[in-house]
Design a protein around this ligand. Structure first.
Ligand code: LER
Ligand code: MN
Length: 272
């Protein structure tokens, strides 16, 4: 497994679960100094990702991009793939497609988390899931065209009423015609929704394509009450070789969250 740490380039997301906030270059410098393999980027828009410039920064620090988030479409514009207004749904798709293209140029998949939206007002859950499924078919096809996957993230009940559990997300994505959508297992959401984290990981198995490595309180792994060892064992058992990406609050400060994450990552690596 590989290590990654999050950097937000979206001022409006302030208070959100991202470690670094002071630009990509300084985030990469800090991540590289601690020995991370990659950064996970949360950009404000596709246009903001100057691919050539980002490549230079990554190369300078010897880092890769683990994944790129699309949630700024929700945070900055309130667009979602399941909005009642078809024009808003289309804006959400175009926003995600743009980020997917830039992410692919950096060798990374994009994440659909907050952009899935929720069933509310006149939109039933059944209808929202139909819209989500059609968006994932289309965007999954786009990912395949790039030789990439697309990551779909079930969120806890306070953020969406569509899909909250890993097993449901795995069944939903396995039921799609596209074979390019994988499930993102965020240990923070799982701590709220799953009865047993390692069992949920084993059940979802090969559907899992990315992991948000966060403790029960959304701090760095090691700062809450999640027992990380059996989680790592389960990930090994399913043959997971992707990233453990720290999407956590910068508490008590970004440097400490990053350092504690790396200590936990190394401990996981030495686990037998
Ligand atoms: C996004 O990865 C996520 O986990 C959501 O809770 C939005 O912050
Ligand atoms: Mn997450």
């Amino acid at each position: 497994m590989k290590s990654a740490i999050t950097v937000s380039l979206v001022p409006e997301a302030k208070g959100g679960p991202f470690v670094f906030w002071n630009g990509l270059d300084s985030a990469c410098a800090a991540a590289a100094a601690l020995g991370f393999d990659a950064v996970e980027i949360f950009p404000r828009s596709a246009e903001m990702i100057g691919v050539a410039e980002v490549r230079l920064i990554l190369d300078r620090h010897g880092l890769k991009v683990a994944a790129v988030g699309t949630g700024a479409g929700w945070v900055a514009h309130k667009w979602t793939l399941t909005h009642a207004d078809p024009a808003v749904r289309e804006k959400a798709r175009a926003f995600i497609a743009g980020i997917m293209d830039a992410a692919a140029a950096l060798g990374a998949p994009a994440i659909i988390g907050s952009m899935q939206g929720k069933a509310e007002g006149d939109v039933t859950r059944e209808q929202a899931l139909e819209w989500l499924s059609s968006a994932l078919e289309e965007l999954g096809g786009r990912a395949a065209g790039h030789g990439q996957v697309l990551l779909y993230e079930p969120l806890n009940r306070y953020e969406t009423n569509l899909i909250n559990r890993l097993a449901d997300a795995a069944a939903f994505t396995r039921g799609l015609r596209t074979k390019s959508v994988r499930v993102l297992a965020d240990l923070f959401h799982m701590n709220i929704e799953e009865a047993d984290l390692p069992a949920a990981i084993r059940e979802a198995g090969s559907a899992i394509g990315h992991v948000h490595f966060a403790d029960s309180n959304r701090r760095a792994i090691g700062m809450g009450h999640t027992d990380a060892a059996p989680v790592i064992t389960a990930l090994r058992e399913i043959g997971y070789e992707g990233y453990l990406s720290a999407e956590v609050l910068p508490l008590p400060d970004a440097g400490t969250a990053a350092r504690v994450t790396m200590e936990s990552f190394r401990k996981a690596g030495s686990q037998t």
